[in-house]
Design a protein around this ligand. Structure first.
Ligand SMILES: *[C@@H]1O[C@H](CO)[C@@H](O)[C@H](O)[C@H]1NC(C)=O
Length: 303
């Protein structure tokens, strides 16, 4: 069986690495048909730091590139690249039987492995997608496999492939992924452990029929943050709040905004943030935003 994909494209990883753990992500893409994009490419990501990019036969390390030869030696890159490329060719051949001849097809594979801490392996996941839909998914955690196969393949055909694949997974893919992850963690310590504190603004805007108050935290890293709005000292319930999505700033930091529609009322509003970079919870009262001015960088976006 050949494993397939989905479009997680270039979103920062969400599940892993909120806690103390770390993960290595490899997202590869194969395009069949004429486009201006490379036929075959992949991106390697350590937590949410892009560490390398491969296209048209060349691997381009990103960021800190000194001393990484033993992590990404050329045999290793070639081995992985050839393997993935051939696997795409097989999948494409398999799926092409029911496709239009001159159509443009995109295949992707996502491979993720996790370390819960330096000695404990978390889950390893492989997802394949074709034309934007997941076709199969394999997860290995605590010595157990779980898998989903969406392709229309009979059990007789699937079973032997799956057994062989499981064996390779345990003996080869998982150990290789984990040792690569550990190597990157050593080489990229400074990036992985970097901290940037959130700059917070809490502001109010008039809109039709009332006001919208918004609390914006930006410029922080790592990405995990707790941003809470309070009304008279009580947390405002989630269903009243809009926003809350984590967005990348493009410089490796993140932002998050939470908003609330209010009418002209006499309640007191405040916003609190907790983040790894702060020794204590930061609390800002609406209207007292000036006191926090020293926290406000000129990078803040006002929408
Ligand atoms: C967010 O809140 C949860 C629950 O109280 C806590 O476990 C977690 O450590 C907090 N995260 C941060 C970054 O402060």
């Amino acid at each position: 069986m050949d494993r397939i994909i989905m479009l997680l494209v270039l979103l920062p990883p969400t599940s892993a690495s909120n806690g103390p753990g770390h993960s290595l992500w490899l997202l590869s893409t194969y395009i069949q048909g004429e486009t201006q994009f490379p036929e075959f490419s992949y991106t390697t990501t350590l937590d949410d730091i892009t560490v390398g990019y491969y296209k048209s036969g060349t691997y381009f390390p990103r960021g800190n590139t000194t001393n990484e030869d033993d992590v990404v030696n050329s045999d290793y890159i070639k081995g992985i690249s050839d393997y993935m490329y051939n696997s795409f060719l097989r999948r494409a051949a398999l799926l092409r039987q029911d496709s239009q001849n001159d159509s443009l097809d995109v295949y992707q594979t996502l491979v993720v492995c996790e370390l819960l801490d330096f000695n404990n392996t978390g889950k390893m996941l492989t997802k394949d997608a074709a034309r934007g839909c997941t076709t199969d998914e394999i997860c290995y955690f605590n010595n157990k496999f779980t898998y989903k196969v969406i392709l229309n393949i009979s059990q007789d055909v699937l079973k032997p492939h799956l057994e062989e694949f499981k064996l390779k997974y345990i003996q080869f893919y998982l150990p290789v992924c984990i040792s690569t992850l550990k190597n990157y963690l050593k080489k990229r310590q400074n990036e992985v452990h970097k901290k940037a504190d959130p700059k917070i603004t809490f502001f109010q805007k008039e809109n039709s029929g009332g006001f919208r108050v918004s609390c914006l935290a930006t410029g922080f890293y790592p990405r995990h943050i707790n941003l809470t709005l309070f009304r008279d000292g009580q947390p405002v319930s989630d269903h009243e709040i809009t926003g809350g999505d984590l967005l990348p700033n493009g410089d490796g930091t993140y932002q998050m905004r939470k908003s609330l529609e209010i009418s002209a009322d006499t309640h007191r509003y405040s916003c609190s943030a907790t983040h790894l970079s702060l020794d204590k919870t930061l609390i800002i009262d609406l209207g007292n935003e000036l006191f926090q001015k020293w926290k406000v960088s000129d990078k803040i976006l006002m929408f």
